[in-house]
Design a protein around this ligand. Structure first.
Ligand SMILES: Cc1cc2nc3c(=O)[nH]c(=O)nc-3n(C[C@H](O)[C@H](O)[C@H](O)COP(=O)(O)OP(=O)(O)OC[C@H]3O[C@@H](n4cnc5c(N)ncnc54)[C@H](O)[C@@H]3O)c2cc1C
Length: 401
């Protein structure tokens, strides 16, 4: 084993859960992620019969929903630590699929947070097999929608593409979310971030749960992109879509704080997922360096190769320590968004450096699609833009220092 999990004092339950998810990542996610990455038409990723659906099915069978309740007898810290380890293992398996499975349950968090029994019953029932997404980015607004620290965030001159207005006891949603919505092509429920008070720019927002089988909802084509190709993404259009007023779980006064909380939770997950990708890169690099013979010796015996391997190993271990610590703290305390952003930015940058370093160790073979590391480079590169560009996130984090 190249990277040992040196987390001290894990309970047997934690270790068993981590190991069962590792098996799932190895036996189900990796082969599916590789096959889906190869499909030249992203519509095939979501076609009936695609391996994607087996991944969802096998993921359900793992029973990780038990982590939402008390049935496993884990305390809050242990539960958070298991969640962090689960996310890391899934990122090790396939980062795009890890994101797809992760956002699939996003709506449940908001239904529970609302504390409204009708919403919990409607959106959290396990047997409904809903697939969620979070729809924030708009065709004309990416960073704008997340730039909570910038004066532009409450600038009424910056007009949103997706707006909801009140009509009696309903909200009526009109507009569009961008092609970047993860699970946008397959989701059955959207956690929609939309504007309800344009006089406050993006700060006048709301978070609504929107079943996507309602009249007036339509979708765009699946997005064709560089990395994380197993993660389907696509536009969602809302043409006067009506939802009951109680489906708006966060209103304008609380919107900015809620968005920060979402960033804190999502960025902490991104950190752990991309530690998993970094680990995969280091493991592939070490295995290849042991096998590949040049100058009459396995390349791992050449000093510069050894030094490069050790550098990416140390970077990934440092990222892992940060990601896990932030994840556990922010899951068990009022979250500090700057720490989650530090984790996301550091771990995604590290994942990219580790994947790129691994590719260098593979030499020409690293560029070949016959070998696994070029995919890791592409998947990691996408993560530096996903859930907020790292540059913009750093500005938000810096505003808290
Ligand atoms: C793999 C992936 C998955 C994604 N999943 C989702 C999802 O599930 N849901 C969703 O809603 N969105 C999703 N996104 C979209 C993502 O959140 C946006 O791409 C991101 O917020 C950046 O927006 P943009 O692409 O419009 O870039 P822009 O905002 O146009 O930024 C372009 C460049 O300008 C810089 N920039 C912009 N504004 C500022 C500023 N104020 N100060 C300094 N620099 C600035 C940026 O850092 C960047 O380098 C995903 C993206 C990717 C790549």
């Amino acid at each position: 084993m190249t990277l040992v999990d040196i987390e001290a004092n894990l309970s047997d339950t934690e270790r068993e859960l981590r190991d069962s998810v590792h098996k799932f990542a190895s036996e189900v996610m990796r082969p599916a992620g590789r096959a889906l990455d190869r499909l030249s038409d992203p519509s095939d990723v979501i076609a009936s019969g695609s391996m994607l659906w087996q991944v969802f099915e096998r993921h359900r069978e793992l029973g990780l929903d038990l982590l939402d309740g008390d049935d496993l007898g884990l305390g809050p810290v242990e539960r958070a630590r298991v969640r962090a380890m689960v996310a890391e293992e899934m990122g090790w398996g396939d980062a795009g699929l890890a994101i797809s499975l992760g956002v699939a349950g996003f709506h449940r968090m908001f239904a529970r947070l609302s504390g409204r029994p009708a919403l919990i019953e409607r959106f959290c029932a396990q047997d409904r097999h809903e697939i969620g997404c979070w729809a924030v980015t708009e065709p004309d607004h990416g960073s704008d929608t997340l730039a909570v620290s910038e004066p532009s965030f409450n600038d009424p001159q910056i007009r949103a593409n997706c707006v909801a207005r009140k009509d009696g006891k309903e909200w009526v949603i009109r507009g569009q979310k961008a092609a970047w919505v993860s699970n946008g092509t397959i989701a059955t429920v959207a956690t929609l971030f939309c504007t309800i008070d344009p006089s406050h720019g993006f700060e006048g927002g709301a978070i609504c749960l929107v079943p996507l089988d309602l009249p007036g909802v339509s979708r765009g084509k699946p997005l064709d992109k560089l990395g994380q190709r197993a993660l389907n993404q696509g536009e969602i259009f809302f043409d006067d879509v009506r939802i009951p007023e109680e489906y708006a779980v966060i209103g304008a006064p609380a919107y900015k704080g809620a968005l920060e909380m979402v960033l804190a939770l999502a960025n902490a997950s991104m950190g752990t997922i991309f530690v998993g990708l970094g680990r995969a890169a280091v493991e592939h690099a070490v295995a290849y360096a042991r096998e590949r013979v040049q100058g009459g010796r396995p390349i791992i015996e050449h000093q510069s190769v050894k030094a490069r391997l050790f550098k990416i190993f140390a970077q990934v271990e440092a990222a892992r320590a940060l990601a896990r610590r932030v994840y556990v703290y922010n899951s068990t305390h009022p979250p500090l968004v700057q720490y989650s952003i530090a984790s996301k930015v550091f771990c995604t940058n590290t994942a990219f450096e580790a994947a790129s370093g691994a590719l260098q160790i593979f030499g020409g073979n690293g560029l070949s699609r016959e070998y696994p590391v070029e995919k890791l480079v592409r998947d990691a590169r996408a993560s530096m833009i996903e859930d907020g560009c790292n540059d913009l996130l750093s500005l938000v984090g810096a505003s808290k220092l």
